[in-house]
Design a binder for this molecule. Structure first.
Ligand code: C5P
Length: 222
């Protein structure tokens, strides 16, 4: 029997990363931040000077990634080739590149098994775009978390300002729209709720409210 999976999909800035962490913590489940795998692929490709349109080359990079996730002080860091790149993979340049490499079917194939390997007892919380549709279609609990693009841009803006990074809200909104557009319109595993997903909008419900809804579903179904 396979360990249960809670999938949390949605666009960037919907709060799914935060919710996934809280749920995993509450349940004592493992956590898969699948976006980090695409970000690591993108960073490795940029570092290698690869042309991001070269599907074969980028897929080879994805298949051969030497990565590790380390946990310290409840924070997960991403280690690429032995180097902590947790900060680097969050840069706007890498975010854009990640959404580009994520549109390559061969890259998605190369990362599929790696993602499924995170499934382990007593359970897994998986956050991404296609966790409920493609990677864990048999998950007993599937959440699709959304929020308006404006709200997501505002959150990202506040987050960056908190870190002393100054960017314009308009540029962020444009970036978010471009990424949404690419994520929703790609041919392979586009961003969309699974048929059996529960759709929640974090513009209307706060983090605690969303967390409670997810925990209720887990209680009913796992
Ligand atoms: O979630 P995060 O913003 O870290 O994801 C980075 C990029 O990786 C997204 O813009 C998306 O294009 C891609 N991604 C994906 N499928 C996933 C997770 C992320 O295509 N399951």
């Amino acid at each position: 029997d396979q360990a249960p999976v809670v999938t949390i999909d949605g666009p960037s800035g919907s709060g799914k990363g935060t919710i996934a962490k809280l749920v995993a913590d509450r349940l004592g489940f493992a956590l898969l931040d699948s976006g980090a795998l695409y970000r690591l692929t993108a960073l490795a490709a940029l570092n290698a000077g690869a042309d991001l349109d070269d599907a074969e080359k980028v897929a080879r990079i994805a298949a051969n990634l030497d990565i590790r996730f380390a946990i310290a002080d409840a924070e997960v860091s991403a280690i690429l080739d032995g180097v902590d790149v947790s900060q680097d993979i969050r840069m706007e340049r890498v975010s854009m590149a990640a959404s580009k490499v994520a549109a390559i079917p061969e890259v998605r194939d190369a990362l599929l098994q790696r993602q499924r390997d995170f499934r382990t007892a007593p359970g897994l919380v998986a956050d991404g775009r296609d966790m409920g549709t493609t990677v864990f279609p048999d998950a007993p609990v599937k959440i699709f978390l959304t929020a308006s693009a404006e709200e997501r841009a505002r959150r990202r803006h506040a987050q960056l300002q908190g870190r002393g990074v100054s960017v314009s809200l308009r540029d962020l909104l444009e970036d978010i729209r471009a990424r949404d557009d690419r994520d929703m319109n790609r041919a392979t595993s586009p961003l969309a709720p699974a048929e059996d997903a529960v759709v929640l909008d974090s513009t209307e419900i706060d983090i605690q409210g969303v967390l409670q809804r997810v925990l209720d579903l887990v209680q009913q179904r796992i």
